[in-house]
Design a protein around this ligand. Structure first.
Ligand code: NAP
Length: 482
C-alpha cells in the first residue's frame, strides 16, 4: 500500500472476438464477492473490455466499498487513501453495480448466489489476524495489529472498548513483526495529536490517541534488518515524526549469515540498511516518544499476571540451514501494550474450499480448484488468492489474470449453466434485504463530510454500522419519495 500503485495503467484484458458467443441482450452475469481493491479492479477489467457484454454485481458485507483502502491503509497516508476516488470511478461504470451490506455465505448462501450468475469471483481478502500462539497473549493489553488498525480506521466491527482500555495503559508498547503494518501501527502510536488532525479518523480515535500515555514504542523483528519486510519509504517516514526519535542499536545492524549477500544483491535491502544506519547516533530526547527498532529478537511469552507487563524476548541466530533459531539469551522488555503484527489470514466462507493452513483458495490462473480441478464459473482474486502480500497495485495485475481466465472460459462455453437466472437485486429484495447501492454510499460519503465539518475537519469516518445504514437509508427514502 505505497505510492507504487500503477493507477493510470490500462485495466482492460484481451479477448479473441471470434470466440465470443455472449449476445448483447443477455450479458454475462458476474458476481464479485468483496468490494476492496482486488474486487474493484476485477470489476473494472470486466467492464472495460468490449468483447463480451457483461453485467457485474460487486457485493460487500459492509455498507461501504473500498475494503483495505478504507479500513487498512493508515489514515495518515492521505495520498494513498485518495486512491478511493479512482476506485469509485470504477464502481460508477454503467456495467457495474455495488451491493453493500450483504454477507455472502450468510445472508446470501453461496449455492444461491451461484445459481443466479454465470460466474463468481471471490475477492474478499484476508480478514483475520495471524497470532503467535505464545503464553500470555490472551491478557488485557495484548492486541493484534488488526484490532488496532480496524479501530483507528473506524471499522464497524472494531472492538472499541478493548482497544481503548488497552491504550489507556499504554506507556510502553511492543510491536511484534517488522512489516509495513507494524510500521503503520508504530507510527500512528508515536505521532503527535496535531499530526493526526488532518486524517479521517473517527473523533473518539483522535481523542483516545491524544490521551494515550505512550512514551516508548519498540518494534521487534525476529530476523536481521536485511530480512525485514517493511519498505524504505515507510521506514524513512519514522524519522520524520514530529515528536518521536528513532533509536537503533548498532549491534542489531551487524550483517550475519546470508544478510551480507542479500544486502549486496537487493537495492531495497541496501536502502533500508542505509536508513537504519543513519539513526544509530540518535539519542533519546526528553518529551519525545522513543521509537526503538530491534532486530534478531523473538517473543517467547507475555508476562502478566493480570494484564500485560512485559514481553520476554530471546536473541535469535541463523543455523547452518539459514533457519532462525533461539540462542537461549533472554531479555525482558517492559510493555503495557503488546501488538502482534505478524500478517493477515484469509477466513472461511461457507461452501468455498479455503485451505486452513494457508488461508487461501487453491487455483490455477484464478480458476478455483475443487478436488484439484477447475470448478466451472468460480474464480479468486487478491489476498484470498495469493495470500496477504504486495501493494494495492499488485491487485490490478492479479485481477487481470483472473478476469482473462474467466473470459476465456466464457468464450469456450466452460462456465457451466446458470440454473435460475435472475437479477440479484430482485432476489435480495425479495428476501427482505436492502443492499446499500452506490447512491446510498454517496450519501454516507456526504454524511462523513458533514460530520467532519462539525469538528473543523475535511471528513470524519462514521464508525458505527447503524449510523452508516441510517445515512444510506435516508438517501434511499428520498429516492423513493422523488
Ligand atoms: P508482512 O509484510 O508479511 O510482515 C509480517 C511480519 O511478521 C514479518 O516481519 C514477519 O517476520 C513477522 N512474523 C511472522 N510470524 C512471526 C512470528 N511467529 N514471530 C515473530 N515475527 C513474525 O505483513 P504485514 O506487515 O501485515 O503486511 C501485509 C501486506 O500489506 C504486505 O504486503 C505489506 O507490504 C502490505 N502493506 C503495505 C503498506 C504500505 O505500503 N504502506 C502498509 C501496510 C501493509 P519474518 O519475515 O521473519 O517471517
Amino acid at each position: 500500500m505505497t505510492g507504487r500503485t500503477r493507477m493510470g495503467e490500462d485495466a482492460s484484458v484481451t479477448v479473441r472476438r471470434d470466440l465470443v458467443v455472449q449476445p448483447a441482450d443477455s450479458p454475462l452475469r458476474v458476481a464479485i464477492v468483496g468490494a476492496g481493491p482486488a474486487g474493484i479492479y476485477a470489476a473494472q477489467a470486466l467492464a472495460e473490455q468490449d468483447a463480451v457484454p457483461v453485467a457485474v454485481d460487486i457485493i460487500d458485507r459492509l455498507p461501504t466499498p473500498f475494503g483495505l483502502v478504507r479500513y487498512g491503509i493508515a489514515p495518515d497516508h492521505l495520498k494513498m487513501r485518495g486512491l478511493r476516488s479512482t476506485l469509485q470511478r470504477a464502481l460508477e461504470h454503467p456495467r457495474v453495480r455495488f451491493l453493500g451490506n450483504v454477507e455472502v455465505g450468510v445472508a446470501l448462501p453461496l449455492a444461491q448466489l451461484r445459481a443466479h450468475v454465470d460466474a463468481v469471483i471471490y475477492a474478499y481478502g484476508a480478514a483475520d489476524a495471524g497470532r503467535l500462539g505464545i503464553e500470555g497473549e490472551e491478557l488485557p493489553g495484548s492486541l493484534t495489529a488488526l484490532d488496532l488498525v480496524s479501530w483507528y480506521c473506524g471499522h464497524p466491527d472494531a472492538d472499541r472498548a478493548t482497544v481503548e482500555e488497552a491504550l489507556s495503559h499504554a506507556r510502553s508498547v511492543a510491536v511484534i513483526g517488522v512489516g509495513n503494518v507494524a510500521l503503520d501501527v508504530a507510527r500512528v502510536l508515536a505521532r503527535a495529536p496535531e499530526e493526526l488532525q488532518p486524517t479521517e479518523m473517527p473523533q473518539h480515535v483522535l481523542e483516545a490517541l491524544a490521551d494515550a500515555p505512550v512514551e516508548q514504542v519498540t518494534v521487534v523483528g525476529r530476523r536481521g534488518p536485511a530480512m525485514a519486510s517493511f519498505s524504505t519509504p515507510e521506514l524513512r517516514e519514522l524519522g520524520q515524526l514530529r515528536s518521536a526519535v528513532v533509536l537503533v542499536d548498532p549491534r542489531d545492524l551487524e550483517l550475519v549469515g546470508a544478510a551480507e549477500e542479500r544486502a549486496a544483491a537487493e537495492s531495497a535491502v541496501a536502502r533500508n540498511l542505509a536508513v537504519l544506519r543513519s539513526w544509530v547516533e540518535h539519542e533519546p530526547s526528553p518529551g519525545t516518544v522513543r521509537l526503538n527498532l530491534r532486530f534478531r529478537w523473538r517473543p517467547v511469552r507475555i508476562l502478566g499476571p493480570h494484564r500485560v507487563r512485559a514481553v520476554e524476548l530471546e536473541r535469535t541466530a541463523s543455523d547452518a540451514d539459514g533457519q532462525t533459531v533461539g540462542t537461549g539469551e533472554l531479555e525482558l522488555l517492559p510493555a503495557d501494550l503488546v501488538v502482534q503484527s505478524i500478517g493477515y489470514r484469509g477466513t472461511s466462507l461457507p461452501g468455498l474450499p479455503v485451505d486452513e493452513r494457508t488461508g487461501t483458495v487453491a487455483h490455477t490462473a484464478g480458476r478455483v480448484l475443487r478436488d484439484g480441478r477447475p470448478s466451472p464459473g468460480e474464480y479468486v482474486a487478491g489476498w484470498i488468492k495469493r495470500g496477504p502480500t504486495g501493494v494495492v497495485g499488485t491487485n490490478k495485475h492479479d485481477a487481470k489474470e483472473t478476469v482473462s481466465s474467466l473470459l476465456e472460459d466464457a468464450a469456450a462455453g466452460a462456465l457451466g449453466s446458470r440454473r435460475q437466472p435472475e437479477d440479484l437485486l430482485a432476489v435480495l429484495m425479495r428476501q427482505g434485504l436492502h443492499p446499500v447501492l452506490l447512491e446510498d454510499w454517496r450519501a454516507i460519503d456526504a454524511a462523513e463530510e458533514a460530520l467532519g465539518a462539525t469538528h473543523g475537519r475535511d471528513r470524519t469516518t462514521l464508525h458505527d454500522r447503524n449510523a452508516l445504514l441510517a445515512a444510506a437509508r435516508l438517501a434511499a427514502a428520498s429516492r423513493e419519495e422523488a
